[in-house]
Unconditional design. Structure first.
Length: 274
């Protein structure tokens, strides 16, 4: 059960629901979004934070993407108790990791159009099943440039729709605040999970003195948000580890995803075989 927070977004004072599959096939899942700054900070602290959050799905930004990046990505997965789904250098930074509870149908890494002089950006995408659910997933890290970022927000919505799943999640580093036009563009089509049911702390940047919320978890409208926020005060998550692990704070969400109905299963099969 989500706990109340002050307008400043204080520590949760409790925990979020744990992962489980309901008798009707719906699934309660934990989703964590984390800009890990290419593992340049305290790796052990990072792994402790991730393990304490116990995510089913980990949306990573700034995953290792240069020399021996696969080895570093494998270290992250092993020490976080997860497995790598997709992403890293092949998506120019975003990545997806998951628990063994997740069954993967499809993955694809997408490079976005690049503005000369700016960093290459991309999406790590997947279609996965948990219990009786079927989910589209996109991990993203949007541009620092306002115009390019706004265009990428539209491409993100297009990519989610193209996955063809009944429910979808997108999470990452927007480099934009909630009153920014790109953040508002995404929140106009998807649930901003913090705004829907705040839990924990709000601001994600920077860990020493968080004043901005530039990282978020988004979900399609029929996903029930049970709580979402920075997991300050969550058992096993210490302020020292949060400050040492990265230059961003993570965002943890608990979500209830409806089961895929027989009609939707048939429609999905027809679209794949058409």
């Amino acid at each position: 059960m989500a706990t109340s927070v002050t307008s400043a977004g204080t520590s949760p004072g409790g925990t979020l629901p744990g992962s489980r599959t309901e008798p009707d096939g719906s699934a309660v899942i934990r989703v964590l979004s984390y800009n890990i700054r290419s593992l340049r900070d305290d790796r052990e602290a990072l792994a402790r934070v991730i393990r304490a959050c116990a995510p089913d799905l980990l949306f990573v930004q700034e995953a290792p993407r240069f020399f021996r990046w696969r080895k570093h990505a494998a270290w992250l997965a092993k020490n976080s108790g997860l497995v790598t789904l997709t992403g890293g250098a092949s998506a120019s930074g975003p990545a997806l990791l998951c628990s063994l509870r997740v069954t993967v149908e499809h993955t694809e890494d997408v490079l976005l159009p690049r503005t000369p002089g700016l960093h290459q950006r991309g999406f790590a995408t997947a279609v996965a099943r948990i219990g009786g659910t079927r989910l589209g997933l996109v991990s993203f890290h949007l541009s620092l440039d306002d115009d390019e970022r706004y265009e990428q927000g539209g491409l993100l919505l297009d990519r989610l729709a193209a996955l063809g799943t009944p429910h979808a999640l997108a999470a990452g580093d927007l480099n934009d605040r909630p009153d920014g036009r790109t953040f508002r563009r995404l929140a106009g089509s998807l649930q901003d999970c913090w705004a829907t049911r705040p839990w924990g702390a709000e601001n994600t940047f920077s860990p020493a003195d968080p004043r901005r919320r530039i990282d978020a978890v988004f979900a399609t409208r029929d996903v029930e948000v049970l709580g979402c926020g920075v997991p300050r005060g969550l058992p096993g998550v210490t302020d020292a580890d949060l400050r040492a692990a990265s230059d961003h704070l993570p965002v943890l969400a608990a979500l209830r995803v409806p089961a895929v109905t027989a009609g939707r299963r048939a429609a999905g099969h027809a679209s794949q075989t058409a």
